[in-house]
Design a protein around this ligand. Structure first.
Ligand SMILES: Cc1cc2nc3c(=O)[nH]c(=O)nc-3n(C[C@H](O)[C@H](O)[C@H](O)COP(=O)(O)OP(=O)(O)OC[C@H]3O[C@@H](n4cnc5c(N)ncnc54)[C@H](O)[C@@H]3O)c2cc1C
Length: 487
């Protein structure tokens, strides 16, 4: 298929996605750039759904070294220590950036930043805003600031492909035309929408990651998918599930079985709590979160946004137990990038959830992703600024575009075979369905990467738990390109 060229944008850096990572990259650009996304309101972003807030070592007695230690511990041997150090050290200045951009971070009675505690953090270190509406408040303020910048061209569209003959980016196809460019920052979020039970926007289905892989980019550690332990169970399981933030357990809510008994350590790392819940659900039990007697203030005062979602689903968290189940929440794997956000495809940067920087390893520490999206967006923007003038002439003729499909009827299978507890047989069953479609269907390609990587990691590490392969092997990354799959 051949499209027309959007000549007015020819040669400009293009940023894909208007969540936190994309907006931070756009704010960083010191020359004209295109910001391309289907919406500029926060809709379709995970960023706007974030409840807990952003992790940064700014509290008394805390330090980036403590933050790094907790991050490495959660990452189960697969974090890149240099990146962990760099990002945790950038935490305090990321908080300053939010304040400079006008984000009203919550304060305590002494006027100091208020800090939540979340699972597996050794200190209270989560800055937040708007009670439990951190993401929404942060994104709206950053959108406002970005709108003041005259150098950003706002293009409402979707990405449909990368043109990268010989492994060098020459342009991108969008739903409204071809843009010749040598610099693209992909900030298009995760792939939770591939799963039946997810807290992410359903539109985040790994399509853009698959397009990058098609063009030749390497993906890393795709098998590491994080399931949040506590999504609210509602009768309609086809939509995105409402999340009940870790901060709720951090303030004292407990998990109970249908007979009232507690069965796990509520503030253990996410993967541990998710597996404990999944094992109970598999036995036919029901699991509840009990936030009826939080210290200091009732649930509805502490967590107004979550309360609203619970009440909409028919539960009053001040007086009732909340039925919960784990749901796909965050993708630790993604496009392999270096410390400036460069992918292995020349001219393509990636930041935020679509990227695999090495910060999270096998398991993300809660609230580290907003921090990674913020600083990763800034660093990618700075690197593009430093290199945007270096390139020579650009061919502006719109080339032929390969056509793909993006329908995805296998959300339930993904949940069943590629969920929290995995076995070789289940993974092979899943791949039998997904692989034959993966050349043509972009969702199937991303799902196949996850399945293939899970099959080729016979161990129990972080969020990846092979029931048929107990124990740990030596730590190693799994890098894949499209031609590594048996397509
Ligand atoms: C319910 C929920 C709560 C969370 N809470 C927290 C928290 O408290 N703290 C924390 O640190 N993390 C949290 N996370 C994770 C965190 O929100 C995300 O990892 C982070 O916001 C990702 O930011 P991003 O900019 O990479 O992607 P997103 O915010 O998801 O933005 C992706 C952008 O790309 C666009 N896009 C997608 N496909 C295309 C395409 N084909 N063409 C063009 N544009 C496209 C989307 O429309 C969107 O604009 C939470 C996640 C969820 C789902």
């Amino acid at each position: 298929m051949q499209g027309h060229t959007l000549s007015r944008y020819a040669g400009l850096p293009v940023i894909i996605g208007a969540g936190l990572a994309g907006l931070m990259a756009a704010l960083e650009m010191d020359g004209p750039c295109v910001l391309l996304a289907p919406s500029f309101t926060g809709e379709g972003t995970s960023s706007t759904l974030a409840q807990g807030g952003m992790a940064a070592a700014v509290g008394p007695g805390d330090s980036p070294a403590n933050h790094a230690k907790d991050t490495l511990q959660a990452g189960a041997g697969l974090c890149d220590p240099a990146i962990v150090q760099r990002i945790t050290e950038a935490g305090p200045s990321a908080v300053e950036t939010l304040l400079r951009l006008g984000v009203p971070l919550a304060r305590d009675e002494n006027g100091q930043l208020a800090l939540h505690l979340e699972a597996a953090h050794s200190h209270n270190r989560i800055v937040f805003a708007g009670g439990d509406r951190s993401g929404q408040v942060i994104l709206q303020h950053i959108l406002q600031q970005a709108r003041r910048k005259a150098n950003i061209h706002w293009l409402q569209a979707t990405l449909e492909g990368f043109h990268a003959p010989d492994g060098v980016l020459q342009g991108i196809w969008s739903s409204v035309g071809f843009i010749p460019t040598r610099h693209c920052i992909l900030a298009s979020g995760g792939c939770g929408g591939l799963y039946q039970h997810t807290t992410s926007p359903l539109s985040n289905r790994g399509v853009t990651l698959a397009l990058a892989a098609w063009a030749g980019a390497t993906v890393r550690d795709m098998e590491f998918t994080q399931f949040h332990p506590t999504a609210l169970v509602t009768p309609d399981q086809t939509n995105r599930l409402s999340l009940i933030s870790e901060a709720v357990r951090g303030t004292g809510a407990v998990l109970r079985l249908d007979d009232g008994h507690r069965f796990t350590e509520e503030l253990a790392p996410r993967d541990v709590v998710s597996r404990a819940i999944a094992a109970q659900l598999r036995e036919g039990r029901t699991v509840f979160l009990d936030g009826r007697s939080l210290p200091d203030a009732p649930f509805s005062t502490r967590f107004p946004g979550i309360t609203q979602a619970c009440r909409k689903a028919g539960f009053d968290p001040d007086t009732q137990l909340l039925p919960v189940q784990p749901a796909m929440h965050y993708h630790m794997g993604g496009l392999k990038v270096d410390q400036t956000g460069r992918t292995t495809l020349k001219g393509l940067w990636a930041c935020g959830e679509v990227a695999c920087t090495g910060l999270h390893g096998a398991n993300r520490l809660a609230s580290n992703s907003l921090l990674e999206a913020l600083v990763g967006g800034q660093w990618a923007g700075q690197d593009v600024n430093a290199h945007r003038d270096a390139a020579g002439p650009l061919n502006t003729t719109a080339p032929e575009r390969p056509t793909f499909t993006t329908d995805w009827p296998f959300r339930a299978e993904m949940q069943q075979h590629l969920g929290i507890l995995r076995t070789r047989t289940e993974l092979e069953n899943f791949l039998e369905r997904a692989l034959p479609q993966a050349r043509q269907n972009l969702c199937a390609l991303t799902a196949s990467f996850i399945g293939w990587a899970a099959l080729n990691r016979p161990e129990q590490r972080g969020a990846h738990w092979r029931e048929d392969a107990p124990g740990l092997q030596s730590p190693r990354h799994l890098d894949l390109q499209m031609n590594d799959l048996p397509l």
